[in-house]
Design a binder for this molecule. Structure first.
Ligand SMILES: *Cc1c(COP(=O)(O)O)cnc(C)c1O
Length: 361
């Protein structure tokens, strides 16, 4: 077995080793209670502290003000695709969506039962290899909100500026939340499945402006209403307590590291290392994303042919560089280098890439 294993999988993805070690140390005896946090009632005082700390630390880390609620929901990001129009779009209303790939389209599909999606821009004409120019978008006059996917996990593209719109802006940040500082106040609602950058699967983090909660447009089942969860501090029913605990530890880990500015610098450094290796390979590796749209979370590239790509994936796996196979839709190689991926992991990948190109180029 190789001693250094680096997991480049897109999600569920790597978690910081320090976080997992702390969780391991506390697993069977949570803070002297003699039981695990997993076995603790979500109404118990010890868990109230966990969820309170997680919320407070996330607010500090991300600069979330009092005019927002932080919700810990279940059903992942996909649940939010539906919950969003169900709560915020009245019958017959329109919302603007920017189509930057499969995840955007899944969000768009869920709107059909409630209203109309107006696709204001799409990068589908070039296999989603770029981010559409926002100044060319035709936002509709009457849109209830505008939705964009900040990082496109499958294609390796990322918004590097926030769309400027006059209505509530909604973002699916599943694969880049907390990878860099962002302007929360530019958004009405941000959601993210936790399993890519901030924790284990089974949790959706929702940051919602309070006035949007009040704007809820239709009667929906109790459990599907944002107001229900906001009014009950995300404890309307039993939440994913263990995932909330881990996300809280990840927030503390990020704070210790120096916050999101520091995290962004490290992420940028990792991405630069990898993109330089691609750009300096005399065409052996070719990046999928157009340069100005390159993601600092998911780096996607191709080799000269599919035979070499599967050889690359297999050889990498054998030296502990795991899960580099691209998504089945786009093929090729995908290296997911989320917050928890250390610089040493990217350096190991880059040196493997250089050697592989020399041997097979
Ligand atoms: C993975 C992913 C999703 C789906 O997340 P689930 O939690 O599995 O529903 C949605 N959006 C983006 C951008 C993703 O990367």
């Amino acid at each position: 077995m190789p001693t250094n294993i680096y997991n480049f999988g897109a999600g569920p993805a790597m978690l910081p080793v320090e976080v997992m070690k702390q969780a391991q140390a506390e697993l069977v005896d949570f803070k002297g209670t003699g039981i695990s946090v997993m076995e603790t009632s979500h109404r118990a005082e010890k868990f109230s502290e966990v969820i309170h700390d997680a919320r407070v630390n996330l607010c500090k880390l991300m600069g979330i003000g009092d005019d927002y609620e932080v919700l810990f929901l279940q059903g992942g990001a996909s649940h939010q695709f539906a919950m969003l129009p169900m709560n915020l779009l009245a019958d017959g209303e329109t919302a603007d969506y920017i189509d930057t790939g499969v995840w955007s389209q899944k969000a768009i599909k869920e709107i059909a039962m409630f209203g109309t999606a107006n696709i204001v821009a799409s990068s589908g004409d070039k296999k989603y290899s770029y981010i559409p120019d926002m100044t060319q978008c035709k936002f509709s006059q009457a849109a209830s909100y505008v939705h964009y996917t900040s990082n496109n996990t499958i294609y390796g593209t990322q918004f590097h500026s926030i769309p400027k719109v006059g209505v509530p802006l909604i973002s699916d940040m599943s694969s880049d939340i907390m990878c860099r500082p962002i302007d929360i106040n530019a958004h009405g609602l941000i959601y993210a499945g936790s399993q890519k950058n901030i924790g284990p699967s089974g949790l959706a983090l929702v940051i919602i402006k309070k006035d949007l909660i009040e704007r809820s447009v239709r009667k929906v089942p109790t459990i599907l209403s944002y107001a229900t969860h906001a009014n009950n501090g995300s404890l309307f029913n039993t939440p994913n307590t263990f995932a909330i605990y881990i996300v809280g530890l990840v927030a503390k880990w990020l704070q210790k590291l120096g916050g999101l500015e520091a995290m962004e610098q490290i992420n940028q450094k990792k991405a630069n290392l990898l993109y330089s290796a691609i750009d300096n390979s005399d065409g052996f590796y070719s990046g999928n994303a157009q340069k100005e749209a390159r993601s600092i979370m998911n780096v996607t590239y191709r080799l000269p042919n599919e035979g070499l790509e599967s050889k690359f994936v297999d050889e990498a796996e054998s030296i502990g560089l795991k899960a580099l196979k691209g998504h089945r839709i786009s093929g090729g190689i995908r290296a997911s280098i989320y917050n928890a991926m250390p610089v040493s992991g990217v350096e190991a990948l880059v040196s493997f890439m250089d050697e592989f190109a020399k041997k097979n180029g």
